[in-house]
Design a protein around this ligand. Structure first.
Ligand SMILES: *Cc1c(COP(=O)(O)O)cnc(C)c1O
Length: 364
């Protein structure tokens, strides 16, 4: 019998979230961002749930090959473009759309031999200052790109740095619109936060939206808003079981460092889940958790393979009781991953990507 911890990928929730995001931008096509192995879910495990999207966007060439291997004949976009001239051969062979964000990528493309011209997204740096041409050099990059026989249609992309925060998207949007206004081509600007929070502002949804995190049932602007507010459902559940019980007396301590001390007699469960499974060690006493679908809290430090939970709100719980670390319990009760991430001082993105290799996955 393996350790009882398991991760579940919920196909119905993925379908729901795609539909939900479509309603925020009914006229735009939707890239499902599946980089980082579909935010830790596994590309093969999300494919069915996301197939109502219009294209898959990702970073790794290996991941692009896997999407093609699943039988997807629609658009696939390399969000960072190519890293090496040889990558362009794979773009030709697998019909991958790719970003062009720097002169080096333009050089590689100009030397590439291909029968079929490529679809490319020319990227503008409107303030994030990671990838892209500055607005003032965008025009000359476009001219160069436009003259290449290797290039078919040119589309335009930028990425917002504060779509989830107080600055919003207006300033970056203005730069992008201004520098592309007389160029013809499709446009894509919005990640999850921009789509949900600013998608109804003019041109923000544009021709293509490209949500990632919201597809996976995490609110991009938690704690300001939660997934219930955005009508999203969790797509990844981490579940385990209680493997031991302890009756604590007043003054008894729990776990390494004895950081939790009982101020009254209480019943406590030990869960087969620790930081070696990807549960964050930074979660303090009081981090929410579901036992048999009932909300309770963790006690003391997270160890490598175990955590302790307070059984006061669930007196029927015992050996083998289901524990939902985040996501959806068998009963249907939901604990958003954002609440656990927040308790650990991080974001849902990081927790999803960090579920460790020793955790078995099931698609349901
Ligand atoms: C990751 C990424 C996205 C998706 O972002 P979310 O915040 O997960 O919605 C969109 N566009 C680009 C360029 C990205 O790298």
């Amino acid at each position: 019998m393996p350790r009882p911890i398991q991760a579940f990928v919920h196909t119905d929730a993925l379908r729901h979230n795609v539909e939900r995001l479509h309603t925020s931008a009914p006229d735009a096509r939707l890239w499902a961002v599946v980089k980082a192995n579909a935010y830790g879910h596994g590309i093969e495990r999300v494919f069915e749930g996301l197939r109502a999207c219009d294209g898959f966007a990702l970073l790794d060439l290996d991941e692009a090959q896997r999407v093609r291997a699943m039988g997807w004949r629609g658009p696939v976009w390399l969000l960072e473009g190519v890293f090496d001239a040889r990558d362009l051969e794979l773009c030709s062979r697998l019909d991958l759309w790719h970003t062009v964000h720097c002169d080096e990528q333009l050089d590689m493309l100009s030397r590439h031999k291909t029968q079929v011209p490529h679809r490319v997204f020319l990227k503008m740096n409107t303030g994030m200052n990671r990838l892209g041409f500055k607005p003032q050099s965008f025009r000359s990059a476009w001219s160069r790109l436009n003259q290449l026989p290797q290039v078919d249609e040119i589309s335009f992309v930028t990425h917002f740095s504060d779509a989830d925060g107080p600055q919003g998207v207006a300033a970056q949007m203005a730069l992008f619109t201004q520098a592309t206004q007389d160029l013809s081509g499709e446009r894509s600007t919005s990640n999850s936060a921009a789509l949900l929070r600013h998608g109804s502002a003019p041109d923000v949804a544009a021709d293509w939206v490209r949500p990632g995190i919201a597809l996976y049932g995490s609110a991009p602007d938690f704690p300001q808003h939660d997934i219930a507010h955005w009508q999203l459902q969790p797509t990844l559940s981490l579940r385990s079981q209680i493997i031991a019980l302890q009756d604590l007396q007043t003054g008894d301590c729990v776990g390494y460092g004895a950081t939790f001390r009982a101020d009254a007699p209480m019943r406590m469960g030990v869960v087969a889940c620790g930081y070696a499974d990807g549960y964050p060690r930074h979660c303090p006493t009081g981090t929410p958790v579901l036992v048999d679908g009932v909300r309770t809290r963790t006690l003391g430090r997270v160890s490598m393979d175990m955590i302790a939970v307070d059984l006061t709100p669930c007196p029927q719980a015992g050996f083998g009781s289901e524990v939902t670390l985040w996501g959806r319990a068998s009963s249907g009760a939901v604990l958003p991953i954002d609440e656990v991430a927040h308790a650990a001082g991080t974001v849902g993105y990081e927790l999803m990507c960090a579920v460790s290799g020793r955790v078995g996955f099931t698609q349901d």
